[in-house]
Each structure stands twice: as C-alpha cells, then as structure tokens.
Design a protein around this ligand. Sequence first.
Ligand code: DQA
Length: 146
Amino acid sequence: MKVLFLNGPNLNLLGKRQPEIYGTTTLADIEAQVRQRAAADGAEIEFRQTNDEGQLVTWVQQAAGSFDALVINAAGYTHTSVALRDALAASPVPAVEIHLSNIHAREEFRHNSIIAPVCKGQICGFGNASYSLGLAAAISITSRNG
Ligand code: DQA
C-alpha cells in the first residue's frame, strides 16, 4: 500500500520553530522515522511539504489512483482553508488528519479544524509520534476498506 504524507506551511521550520510547542526534531528526522516504520509495516510512503495552499489542493487532487491513503498535517490551513476541505471531500482517497500539538488545548482559533469532518479521523497531541500513529491509522482504514 502507498501512503502520501502532506505537510503544510511552516512545518519546514520544525526543529527551530517554537521548540517548546513542536519539539526539536526536524521534518527530515520525522520523515526518516516514518520511513523506518513504514518499511517494517510493508507500506510505501511519499513525504511532501509546502507553504502553498494551492499546492496542497493540487496534491490532494492528484492522489487518486496513485495512493491508498493520505496523512495530512495541514498546519495553519487546518483552521482556514475551505479549498483544502473541498479537495479532501472530493477525493476518493481516505485521509487521516494529524497534528504534533494538541490543537484542542491551545488557542481557541485552533480548536476548529475545517478539514476534520472530511477526514476519517484526527490524531493530535503526540508530538512526532502523531506521524507514526497517522501511518498506523492509514494502514488500518485501508485494510478495513478492503
Ligand atoms: C499544527 C497545529 C496548527 O494549529 C499550527 O498552525 C501548525 C502545526 C501541529 O502540528 O501541531 O502549524 O498543525
């Protein structure tokens, strides 16, 4: 099975961005951890990051036919992007929403995820482990789907 990991704005700064919230691990380190995990689980992953909302929309649109599941940390666009929600709603590829931090325990504007209703579920608050848990969820929903 193939899982596409999508990362939104500012996640390229992980490691030096607000380490008290997001930790000191870089996105490249997280990718390496997830790759190791995926290899052990017999899954193939692709890992992408962009600061551009339109690019995220395009990647979601293009996932059909090439990937079995999406794991998405939409970062700030989680709370603002109707376009990203529409793309996820239109996609036949099931999506898992993930966040490093617990968005429900932070500022009120982060409590609402615009994309949550069109994802299979949400994992947040487990730091880097949210990514491996996202992979586990992607494998689980895909095998349940057939
Ligand atoms: C985040 C949480 C978002 O609210 C924030 O805008 C991010 C990162 C997380 O992984 O905890 O950029 O998605």
